[in-house]
Structure formats: C-alpha cells, structure tokens
Design a protein around this ligand. Structure first.
Ligand code: HEM
Length: 549
C-alpha cells in the first residue's frame, strides 16, 4: 500500500516536472527564436540600414509604450529622432518615418520660390511616381495601422478598387455644390446652438462651447448620413453624450497595439465586450440601431426622385447596392455590418475633427487680440443677406478671415500623425538620403511636421493669418495638408470648411467671448490619431451690438 502511494506521488512529480521541463524548453526555444529575430532585424532585414533608436529597430515596444501606455506621445518623439538620426528614421522594424517633404506629393525643385519646391504641373507616369500622397494608386494605406475596428468602413479599406467604389458613392454628397446648398440648414442648426448659448448668457454662466461644437457637427453630419439629425443640441445630457462620442479615438491606440483585445471586443460575445468596454458597446449598438432605422426608412422609389439637396449618404449607399446586385458586381454589395461600420466612421470622422478644430480656432481668436481685431473689422463690414445673415459666399471671400481659418488648420493639425502607407513595387526614392525604401514596408510623414517646417512656413510657431493672403499664400496651399492629399484625402473637407466658416463668423460677430482660467491647460493635446485636447474649451459670452454700413 505504502509503495503504491509512493509510486503515485512519484508519478505526479514526474508529470509535474515534465510539464515544467516542457515549459522551460519552450521558453528557451522562444528566447533563441527572439534573439534570431532581433539579429535579423538589425542585420539582414531590408530596413536594417536605416537608423533609429535601438528599441525601435528591434521591435514594437518603444512605439507601443509612447502610443498605448503614455497615450499618444510618440508624435513628440519623432522630431527628436530626426534631429539625432537624420531625414529617415526607423520607427519600428517594418516602418520608417521620412522628414523630406519632397516625397509627400509630386513636386519639382524651383529656386524662385522661398521653400524651393513647386507642385508639378504635369503628373508623371504611374511608374515614375515618387510621392506618397498623390492621386496615384500605388501607395496604399498600411494595413498594420488601418486596423482599429470598423473594418468595413471606407477609411479602413485598403485595396484600391474597393476603396474607389466606396469613395465614388460618397464623393457627390460632400461636393462643394452640395454643401453650399445646405446653407439654410447650417443656419437652422446655428440658431439652435445660439438659442442654447443665450440661456447660459442670461444666467452669466460659462458656456460649454466646445461640447456645443460637437453637437453642431454631429447634428449636421447625421442629417447628411441618415436624413435625420441626432439632435444632440436638444439633449439635456448633451455634455455626457459628447464624452461618449469620443469613445473611438479614446481607445484607438489600445485597439492598435493590443489586437487580441480589440478582436475580443469587436468579434467576441457582446456581454464579454460590454465588461471590457461598456462605452464601446453602447456606442456600437447605437450606431447599428441608427443604421437599421435608416435601412428601414429607405424607399428606393422615393430616393430616386429626391433632388440632390435631399439625397442622403444612406440613399446613395443603398441605391448603389441595388445596382451592384443587378449588374454583375465588381465589388460585393454592402452587408448590414458594412453599413453600420460606415455610419460609425462617418459620424465619428464628421464630428470630432471639425468640432475640435473650431475649439482651437476660438482659442486662437481669444489668444491673439490683434488677430481678433482684424477679423471683427472684416466681419462687421459684411453686407447681411435678406434674412439678416452673414452669407457663406461673403465670409468665404474675406481675405483675413480666410487666412485665419487656414492658419488654424495649420497650427492645429487635427490629424497630426504620419498616416503610414505601404511602399509599392519599385520602392520609394528619398532624395534627402539618396536611397530607396524597399517595397512592402510602411512609410509615413507626420502632417504636423510639415505644418511646422520652417522652410515652408517661416516662423512656424507664430500665428500669422496673413501668410495665406495674396499670391504667396495661394502658392502655399499645397502645403496645407490638414485634410491630407490625393486619392485618400478627407472626403468631408468641403463640409468641414463650410461648417467652420459659418459657425466661427457668426459666433465671433454675435458675441463677446471671454477666456476662462484653465483654458491653456485644457487646450494642450495628445495624439489619438486625431488631436485630442486634454479638456474642453469653455468661455463666457456677452451679446455684441454691431453697427453696419
Ligand atoms: C477640420 C475637420 C477635418 C479634418 C482636419 C479632417 C482630416 C482628415 C484627414 C487628414 C484624413 C485622411 C486620413 C487618413 O488618410 O488616414 C481624413 C479622412 C477622412 N475624413 Fe476627414 N477631416 C475633417 C472633417 C471631416 C468631416 C466633416 C467628415 C465628414 C464625414 C470627414 C470624413 C472623413 C472620411 C470618411 C475620411 C476617409 C477618407 C478616405 O479614406 O477616402 N472628415 N480626414
């Protein structure tokens, strides 16, 4: 009996120790493998000859630490790396960052202009293309970065043809003509915002203007998307709703650097996801519900009869879907999840960036009294239309105010990062180092670095709206890269401009604004793919009286 028991214990110990041995051996094999990988990345890897911090060259830890742990601080490190290592720096084993504007878009050298480059007038043949952000089809979004959820949305669509098919459906809704037709609707929304501001003004309370900008942009883009505004501005809890709207950018780095967690949340059971990120599930469920309602409302006959002013994004997506089903489809018809993903992306992309841009514009308006004086002088001289409004066309043609809008877009580069693209066949020649980045790897240029480049924008840290005025200002336009450039630039740029022009012109001319303590701290930002201010801009306001004519 004793020996039987002893045998059992001995067997147990053997099983236990062989499990430990197996684990130990696996650990050793993995460690040897990793040492091999590191040696490969430092020596034989096609990007091995490009310099960079040691930790960036051997793995993803340094990038992950600054992006996911410190939440969006990597962007501040990149200029320091360039100072130390030169114009091309390895950010991780498979990606380099380039600080040479000549590869941004097609250019030719020209000594007669101050920054030494002018845009090429003749686009070169596709083979010659050496520019990352042009209309050419060779550079595609880097799948390693464009994978943060909502995979079916156009923004996350990598293959050129599939992206083009989605873009063709969306482009007409965001055309300048279509946006101009919405002027009355913009004014309705502005008046609703101003009615709310007046309530705060009467009580002498601080005005949550930043959150109101979110309501403004969300209500407009949801009207355009579904034909039914979310009417955020009427919600008593609009401030909380705005915080919910930030859910996507709030979790973007975690989603990127912890793909297994992202997959668990996006593809796992909803109850598990709800435990991990309650806001994510709340918002995704909400967007799905909105998409379902828009599908239920869709009537193909009515959609076909609508004039272009009334056509919504859903009308276009669903009508196009019918066509794709009938004709032999090059691209698969959209499924429900595709429509829900597109809704989430458009609502998010159409809300946060323009709302934050307007918050920064208001901040700069308050920060620079000289700028403020010149803007008000221009706005106060505008002839009002028959409804007593500042017409969009009139404010768009004000030189100083236009310079102000552009300078805001330059100073607060709302999507400040490098937007990585995959290098196509033939590689990417970088004149600054006379070397070629091999195909298949990721390259990027921080858009904020371009906006702060002193060769293009002298004294880049000075806020100077006048730099955009006159022929020199016109020539600078191709270096205003806030909406990126080329085939995958911002689809909503015309909408964003119109929203900004109308809201800012009306706000500044109707109210005296006062900056409150804590504003400078609130407007510090971190990179969450979009510029994420650390707080909200709040102001106090008083009604202004303007003497015109
Ligand atoms: C000041 C406001 C805005 C700024 C600075 C801005 C900036 C940008 C930038 C830089 C991109 C390129 C992103 C990339 O390549 O990864 C982009 C793409 C995009 N933007 Fe905007 N945006 C603004 C407003 C809007 C608005 C109002 C909408 C309306 C729906 C919108 C919808 C989109 C979409 C859907 C894309 C993806 C385009 C594509 O993949 O073809 N954005 N935006």
């Amino acid at each position: 009996m004793t020996s039987f028991l002893w045998d059992l214990v001995a067997q147990g110990t053997t099983v236990k120790s062989s499990a430990w041995n197996l684990l130990f051996a696996s650990g050793i094999i993995y460690a040897i493998y990793m040492v091999g990988v590191v040696i490969y990345r430092l020596t034989l890897h096609p990007l091995a000859r490009f310099p960079g911090p040691f930790l960036c060259r051997i793995g993803f830890l340094q990038q992950g630490y600054y992006e996911a742990i410190l939440q969006g601080k990597f962007i501040y490190e990149i200029p320091k790396y360039h100072e130390k290592y030169g114009p091309v720096v390895r950010l991780n084993p498979d990606e380099v960052h380039i600080n040479d504007i000549s590869v941004f878009h097609e250019y030719v050298r020209d000594k007669s202009v101050s920054h030494g480059y002018i845009l090429a007038t003749q686009p070169p043949s596709d083979q010659d293309h050496n520019s990352i952000f042009d209309r050419n089809k060779r550079f595609t979004k880097d799948p390693a970065t464009y994978s943060v959820g909502v995979d079916s949305a156009m923004t996350m669509t990598i293959p050129v043809e599939a992206h083009r098919a989605k873009r063709q459906v969306l482009d007409p809704v965001f055309s300048k003509r279509r946006v101009n037709m919405m002027e009355d609707y913009f004014y309705e929304e502005i008046e609703r915002i101003f009615t709310k501001i007046n309530e705060y003004e009467k009580k002498g309370d601080e005005v949550p203007i930043h959150e109101m900008f979110y309501c403004y942009t969300c209500d407009i883009v949801s009207e355009l998307l579904f034909g039914k505004s979310l009417d955020m501005i009427s919600a008593p809890d609009f401030k909380e709703r705005v915080k919910d709207m930030q859910f996507f950018t709030g979790g973007v780095w975690t989603a990127l650097h912890f793909p297994w967690l992202r997959k668990l949340i996006t593809d796992g059971p909803r109850w598990v996801a709800g435990k991990l990120s309650a806001t994510y599930i709340k918002m995704i469920t909400y967007f799905e519900q909105l998409a379902q309602e828009a599908m239920d409302r869709y009537d193909s006959d009515k959609a076909a009869q609508r004039n272009p002013y009334e056509e919504t994004i859903f009308d276009r997506m669903l009508t196009n879907n019918l066509k794709r089903r009938k004709e032999d489809p090059v691209v698969e018809p959209l499924k429900f999840q595709d429509l829900a993903d597109e809704s989430a992306m458009i609502l998010n992309g159409g809300t946060e960036p323009p709302a934050n841009e307007m918050a920064y514009a208001t901040y700069y308006f308050l920060l620079y009294p000289e700028v403020q004086k010149r803007i008000l002088a221009e706005l106060d001289a505008v002839d009002l239309d028959e409804h007593g409004r500042l017409p969009l066309q009139a404010v768009e043609s004000l030189p100083y105010f236009t310079g102000f809008v552009k300078e805001c877009l330059r100073t607060a580069t709302l999507i400040p990062g490098r937007l990585p693209r995959r290098v196509p066949k033939g590689g990417l020649y970088v004149p600054a180092i006379k070397d070629t980045i091999p195909e298949g790897y990721a390259v990027g240029i921080s858009h904020d670095l371009i906006h702060k480049n002193p060769d293009i924008f002298p004294e880049p840290n000075k806020f100077r709206p006048e730099r955009w005025i006159g022929p020199a200002g016109k020539e600078l336009m191709h270096w205003l890269v806030s909406f990126s450039w080329g085939r995958t630039d911002c689809v909503g740029k015309n909408l964003a401009y119109a929203e900004m022009y109308l809201m800012l012109a009306n706000l500044f001319s109707r109210y005296h604004l006062e900056m409150l303590p804590g504003t400078h701290e609130a407007m510090q930002w971190s990179d969450r793919v979009i510029m994420h201010p650390h707080g909200f801009l709040h102001v106090k306001v008083k009604l202004r009286t303007v003497k015109r004519g």
